[in-house]
Design a protein. Structure first.
Length: 417
């Protein structure tokens, strides 16, 4: 099992590493083509997409890796994702309302680009869970590569055209469509071998607890991650939001790719171990966290120490603030690298109510804290420092909760032998 886990992780990471290396290599160019304000609008788009993506199929995708036959759930996810797109488009046509109204953006092109991006991202997301179930990590990697290269290439290409004002967003949309199309094409070939063993309605009745508990939890989790972007956009404006988003793009996104890659492999293996070997699951949980800390803590700390100089030298003096934000967020980056890969342990152990409590508490603490900082007219560095402290504490608490639950399962498993 250990060899299989490492093999799957290396196979998935290789493709993601190539993709992220490409994005990092073009970042100095993008930072000189687009302004901090344009990065701010792009950050709002990405944050909004991140929030809605977690509820785009009402968390039914979470059950896919746990099933022997997932045909009906996958079909259900297709129906929900398409319904979101059609319903959102109809609402916009009738009322003229969209979430971008809160950011003062009313361009129809941005609204429709966002709708296409959400549909493509939804399809790619639940098909990724299907590929995890089947152990097709090479397809996940291929899909991510197509997405990333499409994203970066078209962001560069749109920079000197009439679409430059929405170039970052348009490039991201093209990348997501390419990624979704790659995953969908693979699913068409693989899915033919699997026959639907129950009706979609029966699947909804059987697994309704996943959306009932997990959707609110996932929504709060995503809001906690995206609240700085939303808050900064409204309170501080696009300039500071752009600085923060550039930090996220350069450091947060590669970290997210690494943690998502490791997390996908962990979730796929844990889905089997939870049924077969609770002792091995706890060992995998603890070993994963320990090894990630040992490998990444030193390099991340070193980078954080010199981040302001690195950012201003490579990307231009106007991005020095982004480097200062990166230095403040260094403890958070290390914690995310260690904990996020195993953060779905409460879903795997069917403890959605505990997950909901954790997500709710974190979101409330962040929101209240930001509101207090607003009254004190705090600057972006102070707000990011507060965000870092709260997030680090919350991730450590999540690890302790997961470890405790697995210890109890291990004790119960030993008693049953």
């Amino acid at each position: 099992m250990k060899r299989s886990f490492r093999h799957d992780f290396r196979r998935l990471l290789t493709g993601n590493f190539i993709a992220q290396l490409f994005l990092f290599s073009i970042s100095p160019i993008l930072s000189r083509m687009y302004t901090a304000e344009q990065f701010g609008i792009y950050a709002f788009y990405m944050s909004l997409l991140g929030v809605l993506l977690v509820i785009s199929t009402f968390a039914f995708e979470k059950v896919i890796p746990l099933l022997e036959n997932s045909k009906s759930i996958v079909n259900l996810c297709f129906i929900i994702a398409i319904s979101w797109f059609l319903g959102g488009g109809l609402l916009y046509l009738i009322t003229g309302f969209s979430p971008f109204s809160f950011a003062g953006e009313t361009k129809p092109l941005i609204i429709w680009l966002f709708g296409i991006a959400l549909l493509a991202a939804s399809v790619q997301q639940f098909l990724t869970y299907e590929m995890m179930r089947q152990g097709k990590y090479d397809i996940i990697s291929k899909s991510k590569i197509y997405q990333t290269f499409g994203n970066g290439s078209f962001q560069l290409g749109f920079a000197n055209t009439s679409l430059m004002s929405v170039g970052l967003i348009a490039g991201d949309v093209v990348g997501r469509v390419l990624g979704a199309a790659t995953a969908f094409n693979a699913y068409l070939k693989i899915g033919r071998k699997q026959k639907q063993n129950e009706s979609i309605l029966k699947s909804v009745q059987k697994y309704y607890k996943y959306p009932l508990f997990n959707t609110p939890s996932l929504l709060l989790n995503s809001l906690a991650l995206q609240i700085p972007t939303f808050f900064f956009m409204v309170v501080l404006g696009a300039e500071d939001t752009g600085q923060f988003s550039f930090t996220q793009k350069l450091i947060g996104v590669p970290i997210a790719v690494l943690t998502t890659t490791l997390g996908q492999v962990f979730y796929g293996h844990a889905g089997r171990l939870i049924r077969e070997d609770s002792l091995a699951l706890r060992a995998l949980f603890r070993t994963t966290v320990k090894k990630v800390i040992m490998i990444t803590a030193g390099p991340v700390l070193l980078f954080g120490l010199f981040a302001p100089t690195i950012f201003s030298t490579i990307f231009g003096a106007e991005w020095r603030l982004a480097g200062e934000l990166a230095r403040v967020m260094t403890p958070l980056f290390i914690t995310q690298l260690a904990i996020i890969p195993v953060s779905q342990i409460l879903y795997i152990t069917t403890k959605p109510y505990i997950q909901l409590g954790w997500d709710s508490s974190r979101f409330i603490v962040l929101l209240v804290g930001f509101l207090i900082l607003k009254t004190k007219e705090a600057e972006v560095l102070e707000m990011v420092l507060y965000y870092t402290v709260v997030m680090v504490v919350s991730y450590v608490l999540l690890y302790l909760l997961g470890s405790r639950i697995l210890a109890r399962r291990e004790a119960q498993y030993s008693e049953s032998l």
